[in-house]
Design a protein around this ligand. Sequence first.
Ligand code: GUN
Length: 295
Amino acid sequence: MSRAQILDGKACAKEVRSKVASAVAMIKGQHGVTPGLAVVLVGADPASEVYVKNKGKQTLAAGMASFEHRLPAETVEADLLVLIEQLNQDKAVHGILVQLPVPAHIDEAKIINAIDPAKDVDGFHVINAGMLATGQDGLVPCTPVGCVILAKQAMSDLSGLEAVVIGRSNIVGKPVAQLLLRENCTVTIAHSRTKNLKDVVARADLVVAAVGQQELVRADWIKPGAIVIDVGIHRLTLDGGGTKLVGDVAFDEVAEVAGAITPVPGGVGPMTIACLLRSTVLACCRAHGIVAPDL
Ligand code: GUN
C-alpha cells in the first residue's frame, strides 16, 4: 500500500476532454465554426502510428474535425514544406501537428518553424517557445501543460515550491520549467550530466522526471511528502516473456515516500492528447476572435 496520493491522469484527461467537447459544442452552435486539427505523419514508426490514430479518434470524439496526412518515409523536405504551407492557408485547420521524430533526412527545426505559430498546437515553434519564455500568451507544449495540471491536483497553489525538473528537452524539460516558473516555483533544471543529481532532487518539493532513464529516481532521492510527476515511459520485457510499462521513477518505492505521484501508465500519458485538443480549441478561438471558454 502506497502512502502517496495517486494522481490519476486517465480521469483528469477525461475531465479536460469533456470541457473541450462542451467548448466545441458552444463554438459550433454560437459561431458556426468547427475547430479542426491536422496531424502529419511521415513514415510508419509503430509508436507514432498508435499516437496518430488515438489523436484522430479523440479529436472526432470531441466533435472537432480531424485531418490526417500520412506520407511515405522517403518524402523529401520540400514536399513536406508544401503540405505545411497548404495547411497554414487552410481556414478549416486551426491546429497543425507534425508527429516527431521525422525521418533523419528532414530538418526537424525547419519543419516546425514552417508551421504558422498561431496553428502550432505543439508549441514547438521558436516564436511560441519565446512567448513562453517571456511570459506572453502563445501556444504551450501539451505534455508540460498536462504535468502542471496534475501537480495542481495535489496542490492547487504551487507558489514558492522548490521544483526540480530532470531533463532539458525542448518538448518537456525546458517548457515545463518555464511553466513552473510562471506558477512561482523556484526552478532547477537538472539533467543526465548534473553532479550529485540525487542531492539536487532531494531538495525538491516538486519533481518532474523527464530524462528518459527507466526507474532512475529512487525512494532515497525524494523529500518526504514531495509531489512526483513522471513523464518517462519505457517498455520492460519480463522474465516470463510479458511486458510492463515503467517510468523514470521507481514507482513502488517512491510512492512510500512521496506525498503525491503519477503512475505509469495512466499518469502524464493520457494528458498529452487531452491538452492538444484544448490547445486546438484555444487556437480556433483566437483565429475567430471568440472569447475562449474556461478550459
Ligand atoms: N512525439 C512524441 N511526443 C510528441 C509530441 O508531443 N508532439 C509531436 N508532434 N510529436 C511527438
